[in-house]
Design a protein around this ligand. Structure first.
Ligand SMILES: *Cc1c(COP(=O)(O)O)cnc(C)c1O
Length: 384
């Protein structure tokens, strides 16, 4: 029986694709491995597929589910979050202006800087969390695209999506929101008027540190989206069928994972705020965070699993703490079931805007007491 239409997102996600698959009524969709499809005698394609570069049926249930979760009209899977992001930028024309955040996922910022020069894009950077600066950058010159990442790496500053969209649209710009950290569980940028939402599906959507994938979802099918679609098809940055299948499997527990990680992160934030070794806790769930008020409006059911701290004793102490943690694994990436810690500045390398005394935590779904005990013992190593 097909699922009813009027069910909560978490119900549909728990069911994965939603409907059993003919002819065997599999409750889990099969993986389609074929790279090519047979034509009929008259030359037509009775299966509706021609070639698997970007027409693999294994994508269909995942894209359909993402479309529903984000209330979009179309979704595209990519080989990685960066492949999804670069498909958007490659859909721009030389001379196009993009207004982008000063703080954002580092690899994307670096790539933008390099690619923008060669593609002759005009890039203006705004201060995250400063709505007036964003508006000022939009007013400076005709802009094709506004890029938002919220909460943004690695200080989790929050951008008011609805306000930014209103200003961007009034200025004739389209809006892309990298919602990797917020996930569709906590916020839905397309419902706030954004044109495209981006996910590194490597992170929360898959959630198990075993798939690299990306996704875009659009509010409506416009000419930019058609260009992005052609870029995926011709550029070929496509995900493998097994990875698409694993992603759908991971997504079935998305709501459980994100809610537990958010609750754990809030508990950890409260613990760290009172710790003598900690100078500052950066987490949108804390009233002291500059983005808290917007986050309360924009994120429902939690503030996410990402938080950072700055240590009183500085960079060397931060590195010592990262090395002393045992439940938090010292590794890059985020959004998985296991907790991770990272000395972010040393990962980003030269030119980083990340403070050297900052540790970035991706909080997982372990017992909160174990996570706090781990932090307590690691911070004790730098006491005195
Ligand atoms: C990881 C990440 C990306 C890039 O995604 P990949 O899947 O690693 O290519 C983009 N944006 C954010 C916010 C990320 O965390």
């Amino acid at each position: 029986m097909p699922l009813p239409e009027n069910i909560a997102h978490e119900t549909r996600v728990a069911h994965g694709s939603g409907d059993a698959v003919d002819p065997y009524r599999d409750l889990v969709p099969p993986i389609h491995l074929a790279s090519t499809y047979e034509r009929a005698r008259d030359g037509s394609y009775p299966g509706g597929r021609l070639y698997s570069r970007d027409q693999n049926p294994s994508y269909d249930p995942v894209e359909a589910l993402l479309c529903r979760l984000e209330s979009g009209s179309d979704a595209l899977l990519f080989a990685s979050g960066m492949a999804a992001a670069s498909a958007v930028l490659q859909a721009l024309r030389p001379g196009d202006r993009i207004v982008a955040p000063r703080f954002a996922y580092w690899a994307w910022r670096n790539w933008l800087r390099e690619f923008a020069t060669r593609w002759q894009l005009d890039v203006a950077l705004y201060d995250n969390g400063d709505a007036d600066d964003l508006a000022g950058k939009l007013a400076e010159a005709p802009t094709r695209l506004l890029w938002i990442e919220t909460p943004a790496n690695p200080t989790w500053e929050v951008t008011d999506i609805a306000l930014a969209v209103a200003r961007a649209h009034a200025a004739g710009a389209l809006v892309v929101v990298d919602s990797t950290v917020a996930t569709p569980v906590l916020s839905q940028p397309l419902l706030l008027g954004a044109d495209i939402v981006l996910h590194s599906a490597t992170k929360y959507l898959n959630g198990h540190s075993d798939v690299v994938a990306g996704a875009l979802v659009c509010r409506e099918n416009n000419s930019l989206w058609e260009c992005i679609r052609r870029q995926r098809s011709a550029g070929g940055a496509v995900i493998g069928p097994f990875e698409a299948w694993l992603l759908l499997r991971g997504m079935r527990t998305l709501f459980l994972r994100v809610r537990t990680a958010s609750a754990n992160a809030l508990g950890i934030a409260h613990f760290l705020v009172d710790h003598a070794a900690v100078a500052e806790v950066l987490y949108p769930g804390l009233p002291s965070h500059p983005g808290h008020d917007v986050a309360v409006r924009q994120m429902a059911g939690g503030f996410g699993g990402m938080l950072s701290v700055r240590l009183v004793a500085g960079e060397q102490a931060a590195r010592v703490v990262a090395g002393r943690l045992r439940v938090f694994k010292q590794a890059t990436s985020l959004g998985s079931v296991e907790s991770l810690v990272e000395h972010r500045a040393s990962v980003e390398g030269s030119g980083t805007l990340c403070p050297a005394d900052l540790l970035r935590f991706s909080v997982g779904i372990e017992a909160l007491d174990d996570l706090i005990a781990d932090l307590r013992q690691a911070l004790a190593a730098i006491a005195g």
